[in-house]
Ligand binder design. Structure first.
Ligand SMILES: Nc1nc2c(c(=O)[nH]1)N[C@H]1C(S)=C(S)[C@@H](COP(=O)(O)OP(=O)(O)OC[C@H]3O[C@@H](n4cnc5c(N)ncnc54)[C@H](O)[C@@H]3O)O[C@H]1N2
Ligand code: MOO
Length: 419
């Protein structure tokens, strides 16, 4: 399927579309655009699994000792009194016994060693007393099966271990390797081209000049998209000139699954991005009932999906996380689940005039009464210092009204949407 959302109309016009409605529309229209490929485990971190993965072996493969100690037949032990038994052999991890253990004998065993034959119970060495004649005294009352990890107790060969759609992290890699996989079937990375627009936007390292602003957006967007698993192309800066913009977007649509821009999506005379996208492909929505980020645009240019983020730096980052991230996830074959919000008491007073769902930059502070959420001093969407200070966002419903200290609020940590 093409990366493009369908061409039937989303709301374009005066209607402000609620975020959940926009996300539901995306869900119905975007499907994976990338093909699966096997990659070695070392290259699989951050990639999206293309198929369900099952274990190639059982874990543990045989009954294994969980402790350093002595393995015995429970029938040879006593509930009431210590017993002293001969030690017939020594079993280290990776060195299973070949011969059977004589009746009435125990074996010295180490953590990870295969519990031999019909032995069924391990006693920690701290609870045993070894004797110079080669025998050992084991305590009374040891329960049967103690300190034995049963074969297949973790998983059996063929058990499902990782689901398709999971973006792989280090614990998943450890699990896949433990289940015998040297390679994993993952989707190719979604190729994303990133532009910023605006005559005032300058490259960091170059002179700022009168009226200039350094390109925080493009660099932040590229960093975020790479963290989210995309293969990013830096397409640089484009001036506020519709014909240059048109040529740039048209050329970039070939060879990218997704194009992300910042700036030029609002209503000013120099905001050309929407018109150019509508002309080259289609624009599906561009006015969301969220603050910041009202003028976030979604559409397609040729076969490439298009996300136009607002120019204000905080709005660009917030809409990247709320809109561009689920777009990327759907194109990547990643399972999309709503990011988790944590209910926490407000450590602030705030009044919201209403109408739009609002995302306030915030962080969690530990107090003697437990954690509370504090707000960054200004919620102006041009205040980039807040991007360094905040650890996440307070997600306020449109009808939130007045929030008083102690009221529960929903806190969305950045690490829920940026890892
Ligand atoms: N009359 C109205 N004006 C504005 C509205 C509105 O509804 N009516 N919406 C405001 C909101 S909200 C936002 S957000 C901005 C979004 O506008 P654009 O996406 O068209 O962005 P620009 O106008 O190009 O730039 C806005 C602002 O951001 C700075 N900027 C732009 N690109 C970058 C960059 N790559 N790095 C750093 N900073 C950047 C730019 O210099 C402007 O200051 O529109 C409001 N206006
Ligand atoms: O909605 Mo704008 O995105 O507040 O700054």
């Amino acid at each position: 399927m093409s990366a493009a959302a369908g061409t039937d109309c989303f709301a374009v016009g005066d209607h402000l579309m609620p975020l959940d409605e926009a996300l539901a529309l995306l869900a119905g229209r975007l499907a994976p655009v990338v093909t699966p490929e096997p990659v070695p485990l070392r290259a699989a971190t951050g990639r999206v699994l293309a198929q369900d993965v099952a274990a190639l072996c059982a874990h543990p493969a045989e009954d294994r000792s969980a402790m350093d100690g002595y393995a015995a037949r429970h029938a040879d032990l006593s509930a009431d009194a210590p017993v002293t038994l001969p030690v017939a052999a020594r079993v280290a991890a990776g060195h299973p016994l070949a011969a059977p253990v004589p009746p009435g004998a125990v074996v010295r065993i180490f953590t990870g060693g295969v519990v031999p034959g019909d032995l069924d119970t391990v006693v920690m060495q701290e609870d045993c007393t070894g004797h110079p004649d080669g025998r050992v005294t084991l305590p009374a009352g040891v329960p049967a099966g103690r300190h034995v990890r049963a074969a297949g107790g973790d998983f059996r060969a063929g058990d499902p271990i990782l689901p398709a759609g999971r973006r792989l992290r280090a614990p998943d890699i450890a699990l896949a390797a433990s289940a015998g996989h040297a390679t994993l079937p993952v989707f190719q990375r979604v190729r994303v081209g990133v532009f910023s627009t605006g005559d005032e936007v300058r490259e960091p390292g170059e002179p700022l000049g009168a009226g200039g602003v350094y390109d925080g957006n493009r660099h932040g967007i590229m960093a975020a998209l790479e963290t989210l698993g995309a293969a990013v192309t830096d397409l640089g800066r484009v001036p506020d000139d519709p014909s240059v913009l048109r040529t740039a977007l048209d050329a970039a649509a070939d060879g990218h699954h997704l194009l992300v821009t910042s700036g030029g999506v609002s209503v000013g005379g120099e905001d050309h991005v929407r018109d150019v996208v509508a002309d080259l492909g289609a624009l599906h929505f561009w006015r969301l009932a969220i603050k910041p980020g009202k003028p976030a645009a979604l559409g397609h240019v040729g076969d490439a999906a298009f996300v136009g983020l607002p120019g204000n730096p905080v709005s660009a980052m917030v809409t990247l996380l709320l809109i561009a991230r689920p777009v990327l996830q759907r194109l990547s074959g990643e399972t999309v689940t709503p990011p988790r919000r944590y209910p926490l008491p407000a450590g602030f007073h705030h009044r919201e005039s209403g109408g739009r769902r609002t995302f306030l930059r915030a962080w969690v502070e530990d107090t003697l009464d437990g954690p509370v959420v504090r707000l960054f001093r200004s919620q102006d969407s041009a205040m980039v210092s807040s991007l360094g200070a905040a650890g996440g966002l307070v997600d306020l419903p449109a009808e939130a009204g007045t929030i008083a200290p102690g009221d529960p609020v929903a806190y969305l940590p950045f690490h829920e949407v940026l890892a």
